[in-house]
Design a protein around this ligand. Structure first.
Ligand code: PMP
Length: 327
C-alpha cells in the first residue's frame, strides 16, 4: 500500500512550471516553483516542520508543549500541521492587516489566534513580535520558534527546496528569484545553488516600505524606508538573521499595485491561482529578466502560497478598484 503516515510527509517535491505568457518578450526560460502544492498550501510548511524537529532534538520543545509564534499566517499553518502530527498546542499572533482567510484557516486547524495592531514599531508591547515573546515567557512549557532568527528556517530550504530546484533544472538554473520576508527561502536556496554553481545570480524581491534594498546597497538600516504597505509576507522593518545579504546579489522593490495586478495575470494567463507575494515575486523577477536574461539562461522564481487566502482582496474586483489597482 502506498500511503503516508501523516500529511506532513507530503511536504516538498513541489512542481516546477514554465511561465508561458506573462514572460512575453523575455529571453531565456522562466520557471515557477509552485509552493502552494505543499499540504498547508505554502512554502512555509518546509521550515515549520524543520523548526519543530530541531527544537525537539535540542530538548527545547517537550511533549505536551505549546508552540507560540508571530506569523503572517503561512508559517502558522505549517506549524499547526506539524503540531497535530506530534501532539502540541499552538498560539499564533498576527498583525491585523493579514487577510481574514488566513486567520480562519489557522483556527480551522485548531490554533488559537491573537490579532495585534499592524502599525506599531516592532519593539512596541502590542506588536505581534512582542506579544508572541510575552506569551512565551508567561506560558509554561512553551516554545517560541522565532522564524526570523531561527536558522532552521534557512536550513530547511538548503536541505529541500535548493536540491529540488537543482535536480528539476538538471543543474541548468542560472538565476534564482524570491520574495524576502524572514529571508529563509531565498538564503537557504541561494546557499545550496551557489555551492553548486558559484556564478548563479540571486535576486531578492522587496516591497516599498521595507528596509532590505537600501540596507544591501548602503549598509545603512534607514528608518525613513519604513512605512505602511499592503503586500503580505514580504518586506520587513527589521533585519532578520535569516536574510543572508552576502548571498543576495540585488534587490528589486515591487509596489503593492504591480504585485497585485501580476497575481491576477498569473491566475488568468498561466492557470496559477497564487497569492499576492507570488505576483510581486514574478513582477520583480521579470523586471530583472528584461534587463539581464540572455538566451539559454534559466531563471527560477518561487511562488510562496495559494490564491484562496486572497479571495477577499486580490481576486475581488471591488476591493481592487477601491485600492486603485484596476479601473
Ligand atoms: N510570501 C508569503 C505569502 C509568505 O508568507 C512569506 C513568509 N513570510 C514569504 C513570501 C517570504 O518567505 P521567507 O519568510 O522565507 O522570506
Amino acid at each position: 500500500m502506498a500511503y503516508l503516515n501523516h500529511i506532513t510527509e507530503a511536504i516538498g517535491n513541489t512542481p516546477l512550471v514554465k511561465l508561458n505568457n506573462v514572460t512575453a518578450g523575455i529571453k531565456g526560460t522562466v520557471l515557477a516553483k509552485v509552493e502552494y502544492a505543499n499540504p498547508g498550501n505554502s512554502v512555509k510548511d518546509r521550515m515549520a516542520v524543520k523548526m519543530i524537529e530541531d527544537a525537539e532534538k535540542a530538548g527545547i520543545l517537550k511533549p505536551g508543549g505549546t508552540i507560540i509564534e508571530g506569523t503572517s499566517g503561512n508559517t502558522g499553518m505549517g506549524l499547526a500541521l506539524a503540531a497535530i502530527a506530534k501532539g502540541y498546542k499552538c498560539i499564533f499572533t498576527l498583525a491585523d492587516k493579514q487577510s481574514k482567510e488566513k486567520m480562519d484557516v489557522l483556527r480551522a486547524v485548531g490554533a488559537e489566534v491573537v490579532v495585534c495592531p499592524t502599525n506599531v514599531a516592532p519593539d512596541h508591547p502590542d506588536s505581534y513580535y512582542s506579544v508572541a515573546k510575552r506569551l512565551n515567557e508567561e506560558i509554561p512549557n512553551s516554545f517560541y520558534p522565532n522564524q526570523y532568527d531561527n536558522m532552521s528556517n534557512t536550513a530547511a530550504h538548503y536541505e529541500t527546496t535548493g536540491p529540488e530546484i537543482w535536480e528539476q533544472t538538471d543543474g541548468k538554473v542560472t538565476h534564482w528569484a524570491a520574495g524576502v520576508g524572514t529571508g529563509g527561502t531565498i538564503s537557504g536556496v541561494a546557499k545550496y545553488l551557489k555551492e553548486k554553481n558559484p556564478n548563479l545570480v540571486t535576486v531578492g524581491i522587496d516591497t516599498y516600505g521595507s528596509v532590505f534594498k537600501k540596507y544591501k546597497e548602503t549598509g545603512i538600516f534607514d528608518e525613513n524606508e519604513i512605512y505602511a504597505y499592503a503586500t503580505e509576507g514580504i518586506g520587513e522593518d527589521i533585519l532578520p538573521k535569516n536574510v543572508n545579504f552576502d548571498l543576495i546579489d540585488s534587490f528589486i522593490k515591487v509596489s503593492d499595485k504591480d504585485g497585485a495586478v501580476m497575481t491576477r495575470r498569473l491566475a488568468r494567463e498561466e492557470g496559477l491561482f497564487v497569492g499576492w507575494s507570488s505576483g510581486s515575486a514574478v513582477y520583480g523577477a521579470l523586471e530583472y529578466a528584461k534587463e539581464h536574461l540572455k538566451e539559454g539562461d534559466v531563471m527560477v522564481v518561487l511562488l510562496p502560497d495559494h490564491g484562496t487566502r486572497y479571495l477577499g482582496k486580490i481576486y475581488n474586483d471591488d476591493w481592487m478598484r477601491q485600492q486603485g489597482y484596476i479601473d
